[in-house]
Design a protein around this ligand. Structure first.
Ligand SMILES: Nc1ncnc2c1ncn2[C@@H]1O[C@H](COP(=O)(O)OP(=O)(O)OP(=O)(O)O)[C@@H](O)[C@H]1O
Length: 337
């Protein structure tokens, strides 16, 4: 549905060249939600703006539904852009227009008649749960309500793709959750494919099927949300994971515990979540597991359990226990002080 092939974007500035996006490839399949996560300055905004050519890539190609849009003339590009909606952190609503007009004006501009405009405004305000605010002005709405209007405005163009540029970054956690639920609903019920950028791991956790981690213009790690949450490889990915779950122990505690065994992070996913594996390990191998931290992370497509244990015992028994756990499908990472 969305394919980026070797896309790079270089800005020439007075201070020199800025390589904001470096040779990025991504492929968002129809009906999926993909998320790009990275710290400020990683290149996320530039990347997402390359998808609808708000930013023209310096090199590389962008395909939407199999058609290369990087080579289209402006008329054809405008036509193609109708299939791509976009929402922003700052909502971008017209302050002097009512909710109705914020949605209706762009519809009139694409030539819809009065009845069709009315029908679409009603339909999409209903979908975002804001019908009663039709005559309000943006200044009379909360942040979450403003974002709902912006979502209704994007949906009213009946796009196949929705691009979300930090849509929840300005919202409190509860409002963020309700907007994420709404994005999930429109993905499932309207079949809209979503590509989002964020610096919040909980956004990835709640709604993404697939994740790209971006750093200095590069995609440094990517995979299904479940794979990334169970087998993160890059330090940046691990840091993002630490923001949503208690995963870190102090080096001095780890050093102290290593005197009598090993400190391990075990990650359970799928079938391994339902088995009493720690009890089995202690019976079979003469080791004593002691749970230090534990949490469950609910992802869009599954549940991941994380526990950090101190496994007391001699090195041979610990090695055998680790082998046993790995064979049962548990992710095992030995923590160092
Ligand atoms: N129009 C521009 N001209 C020059 N440099 C730019 C321009 N837009 C972005 N950059 C630079 O490109 C790099 C990536 O910026 P970008 O805004 O894409 O990152 P980001 O990950 O979205 O960050 P943030 O979350 O803070 O918005 C930064 O170094 C930024 O200064």
């Amino acid at each position: 549905m969305i394919v980026l092939e070797n896309v790079s974007k270089v800005f020439e500035t007075k201070k020199g060249r800025v390589e904001a996006v470096k040779d990025v490839n991504l492929h968002v399949k129809k009906g999926e939600i993909h998320g790009v996560i990275g710290y400020s300055g990683a290149g996320k905004s530039t990347l997402i703006r390359c998808v609808n050519l708000l930013e023209k890539p310096t090199t590389g190609k962008v395909f939407i539904n199999g058609e290369e849009i990087t080579s289209l003339n402006s008329g054809k590009l405008a036509e193609k852009r109708k299939h791509i909606g976009m929402i922003f952190q700052g909502f971008n609503l017209l302050k002097t227009a009512t909710v109705y007009d914020n949605i209706a004006i762009p519809l009139k501009l694409i030539g819809l008649n009065k009845t069709e405009v009315e029908n679409r405004v009603k339909k999409y305000l209903d979908i975002v749960g804001l019908s009663e605010k039709v005559n309000s002005y943006p200044s009379q709405l909360s942040g979450g309500q403003k974002q709902r209007v912006a979502i209704a405005r994007a949906l009213s163009q009946e796009p196949e793709i929705l691009l979300s540029d930090e849509a929840t970054s300005a919202l409190d956690p509860e409002t963020t959750d309700s907007i994420l639920d709404l994005l999930l609903k429109i993905n499932i019920e309207l079949g809209i494919t979503i590509l989002l950028i964020t610096h919040e791991m909980n956004v990835i956790q709640k709604i993404c099927d697939y994740v790209y981690v971006m750093e200095n213009g590069d995609i440094v790690e990517q995979g299904s949300a479940i794979d990334l949450f169970t087998k993160p490889e890059r330090e940046t990915t691990k840091k993002f994971l630490n923001t949503i779950a208690q995963r870190k122990l102090s080096p001095s505690l780890i050093n102290q515990l290593q005197g009598t065994g090993s400190v391990l992070r075990l990650t359970f996913v799928g079938e391994s979540t339902g088995q009493p594996l720690l009890a089995a390990v202690s019976k079979q191998f003469d080791v004593s597991p002691n749970i230090l931290t534990a949490n469950i992370i609910e992802l869009k497509n599954g549940i991941v359990g994380n526990i950090v244990i101190h496994l007391e015992g001699d090195q041979k028994h610990i090695r055998d226990s680790l082998q046993f756990l790995k064979e049962k499908g548990v992710g095992v990472e030995e923590l160092e002080g």
